[in-house]
Design a protein around this ligand. Structure first.
Ligand code: PLP
Length: 379
């Protein structure tokens, strides 16, 4: 059996262990310390736009704190992109609020501005606007941020940007993760850079950083003893994990370049085949880190289905995966509201994510290419 080719695996740069050794040498084996501060500073300088970054234990934790900081409470509504990973939506349930899912549009596969407008207009008419809108940059592709920020401004609803998959992407030259009232990043093991597990809350507003620091360290009031007036959380990033993050920040630009090259490989591989479309930026305003390369298969034109291709790849021990299953189709969210049509459903039916690691080697591309070419030649 050929060795396994994974969808996306961690890719160390080299200096991660150096920073971990420093932490051990100084006994900063704690959820605070010099690596945490330096990692936050690295992210702030990478993102620009005067952002304040709080390093946390996960992207999910960051979203949870974002919702709490915006005062989202039980029975409030939160609008959330349907086409996403469940971690975008679960924190809405953590605060006992009600998600309303919004369909995607076909250019960026992200939140459809028309569906968002429809939802906001209806909510305004009913006298109950959502407490927040959560937009996602799927697989690194920036959402239609001009339209979405304009709508959030018009209706005065705060925007939370889930940039978990989009570190290194930008829209009109501005980094993804800097558009929201608050934005979140993830450094889970499969993301473009990793701290093994981790995340961050980003905001231009310093008060949100102060709030996140307070909430993520058990909400201690200022007193010599332990005193609490609010419910707290244990959500701070460890100084060991932050050491990995510092090493990863040194190679982030290379990782973006490698993932974008993967995308180019797939564009070339499928270029002569009607019926397979590689997920690509709509125009020059969008710059995707191409965290995952993905395709849409039109079975009528291609002569094979998404599942045919996935199974053929699996036969050669190559991992690929259907796109995220939209949240409005998930059993756990069956009671939730939904606005839009069938764009996200169609993406789920016919889309496939292909191996996209920044550490793929020529031999891996040869194997992927030969499986695909074989399937195309018999179809
Ligand atoms: C990975 C991911 C998250 C959650 O991040 P964790 O660090 O794994 O908690 C949130 N949203 C999206 C879109 C993601 O891909």
């Amino acid at each position: 059996m050929n060795s396994k080719i994974w969808l996306s695996t961690p890719h160390m740069g080299g200096n991660e262990l150096k920073y971990i050794h420093e932490a051990f040498a100084e006994n900063w084996v704690a959820p605070l310390g010099p690596n945490v501060n330096a990692f936050e500073a690295d992210l702030e300088s990478f993102l620009g736009n005067d952002c304040h970054v709080t390093a946390l234990s996960s992207g999910t934790a960051a979203l949870h704190l974002a919702l709490i900081s915006l005062g989202v409470k039980s029975d409030d509504e939160v609008f959330c992109q349907s086409m996403t990973f469940s971690a975008s939506a679960n924190p809405i349930a953590y605060v006992c609020a009600r998600p309303v899912f919004i369909d995607s549009e076909p250019d960026t596969w992200n939140m459809c501005p028309e569906a968002l407008r429809e939802g906001l207009v209806a909510s305004a008419a009913a006298g109950k606007l959502p407490k927040a809108v959560i937009v996602v940059h799927l697989y690194g592709m920036p959402a239609k941020m001009d339209e979405i920020t304009a709508l959030c401004n018009e209706f005065e609803v705060p925007l939370i940007e889930d940039a978990a998959e989009a570190l290194g992407s930008n829209y009109k030259g501005r980094a993804c993760g800097t558009f929201g009232e608050m934005s979140i990043l993830s450094f889970n093991g499969n993301k473009i850079i990793t701290t093994s597990g981790g995340g961050a809350l980003v905001s231009k507003n310093k008060k949100y950083k102060e709030k996140a620091l307070f909430l993520s360290t058990q909400a201690r009031d200022e007193a010599p003893h332990y005193q609490h007036s609010e419910i707290g959380y244990n959500y701070r990033l460890s100084n060991i994990c932050a050491g990995i993050g510092r090493g990863q920040m040194e190679v982030l630009k290379d990782r973006v370049a490698a993932r974008r090259k993967n995308h180019d490989f797939y564009v070339d591989l499928f270029k002569d085949l009607d019926g397979v479309e590689v997920f690509t930026e709509p125009d020059g305003n969008y710059f995707s880190n191409h965290w995952l390369s993905a395709i849409m298969v039109d079975p009528g034109k291609a002569g094979f289905t998404r599942e045919d291709l996935r199974m053929k790849l699996l036969g050669d021990n190559i991992e690929s995966r259907p796109l995220w299953k939209p949240m409005h189709l998930q059993p756990v969210f069956k009671e939730a509201g939904y606005i839009g049509g069938s764009v996200s459903e169609n993406l789920f039916e016919n889309g496939l994510c292909l191996p996209s690691g920044s550490n793929l080697e020529p031999l891996h591309f040869d194997r992927i290419g030969s499986v695909v070419n074989q399937l195309m030649s018999i179809s």
